[in-house]
Ligand binder design. Structure first.
Ligand code: GGG
Length: 357
């Protein structure tokens, strides 16, 4: 329980696997100091959901986990993935069910160039050249979990992976993205698609965008095929602002974007429930990174930035802005981990943020 001042937010903490355990612990230290400075209180409950639990009990979560998590205002999540567990099991037993059951249908991933972080776009890049928000559909699409296997072990072995695109699901996500674009200075939106090849779901996706766009005449928008979009992100980053993607395309493009902006170690994400009817989930874009787990060298900024997004979502605007200023200053001062060329360990990088709050 952090601090006992007036405004209290109930947070479920799920560190999960690998470096998620280290970056969440570092982030909680930062939040402890911040909550004292900004007079709010976080009521934290830790959950052991993850691969270690699976390996000892056979399940990632108790069956009742939606009921256990539902009362919380938000979930602070680390990472999921374990070398001893097939990735499709770990992802489908923990992260994807939370997104779908709680209808966290907006996955919001800001990407920008930060002082002190060496970007990969081009050497002359300035912050205004890369200032994007990737808005990824998070509840259906290619990650609907529909499909199956048959004739296993025979030459006729077959697998289907069915994408589910609903007008309701596409429109609500695309509308959220247009609303966001309409409030940003450049008011640009690019819809990523693949409707030339995927002639049902992605044609519906495009049609939903055509319909929603009519309500936002102030937003200048265009459509890009996902393959061409990878080229545009690298070659012409300044032409992009809000980027709306399906679940799969957003998953892939946000890793590319994070690398272009300097390191996946700093990339944040918010799995939002726009009407606050269930807990939202905040997590770094990076996974469990078992190759560096336990070494104490993981970059905590992706999780710290995600926590800043959580505070903003919870209405703690001043605290969110203060935290953002502090971690940006730490990065600008070179007080960071090895992935960004710094010399600090995870705890040292978190302390650098605390020192600048
Ligand atoms: N912290 C995010 C994490 O653990 N990601 C693992 C992963 O595979 N994510 C896929 C996704 O975001 O859909």
């Amino acid at each position: 329980h952090i601090n006992n001042m007036t405004r209290t937010h109930r947070i479920a903490v799920i560190p999960g696997d690998g470096i998620g355990i280290e970056t969440v612990a570092a982030t909680l230290r930062v939040l402890e100091k911040l909550s004292a400075l900004e007079n709010f209180s976080l009521d934290l409950t830790h959950f052991d959901y993850g691969s270690a639990r699976y390996k000892s009990t056979g399940s990632y979560t108790p069956e009742t986990f939606p009921d256990e998590l539902r009362p919380y205002d938000s979930i602070l999540f680390g990472a999921v993935g374990d070398p001893d567990v097939p990735d499709h099991i770990s992802l489908w037993k923990l992260l994807l069910p939370m997104r779908q059951i709680f209808q966290q249908y907006v996955n919001c991933r800001p990407v920008c160039l930060l002082p002190g972080v060496k970007a990969c776009v081009n050497t002359a890049a300035t912050p205004s050249d890369l200032d994007w928000v990737i808005v990824r559909e998070n509840s259906e699409g290619e990650y609907s979990g529909q499909g199956g296997r048959s004739h296993i072990g025979t030459v006729g072995e077959t697998a289907t992976e069915v994408g589910i695109f609903t007008r309701f699901g596409c429109e609500r996500l695309i509308r959220w993205a247009f609303e966001l674009a309409s409030g940003r200075p450049r008011k640009l939106l690019t819809l990523v698609t693949k409707s030339n090849a995927q002639r049902s779901g992605l044609v519906l996706w495009d049609e939903c965008a055509n319909r929603v766009a009519k309500d936002y005449p102030d937003v200048k928008w265009d459509k890009m095929l996902v393959d061409a979009m990878t080229v545009r992100m690298v070659r012409n980053p300044a032409s992009l602002d809000v980027i709306v993607c399906t679940n799969l395309h957003g998953d892939i493009l946000s890793d590319l974007a994070a690398a272009l902006a300097g390191s996946i170690g700093i990339a944040p994400s918010a799995n939002l429930v726009p009407d606050h009817s269930a807990p939202a989930l905040f997590e770094p874009v990076h996974g469990s990174a078992f190759d560096i787990m336990g070494k104490g060298i993981a970059n905590p900024i992706g999780t710290i930035w995600s926590a800043a997004m959580m505070l903003d979502y919870l209405g703690e605007k001043a605290a969110a802005a203060r935290l953002e200023r502090a971690f940006k200053k730490a990065l600008a001062d070179g007080a960071t981990t090895a992935d960004l060329g710094g010399e600090l360990d995870t705890e040292g990088a978190a302390q650098a943020v605390i020192d600048r709050l």
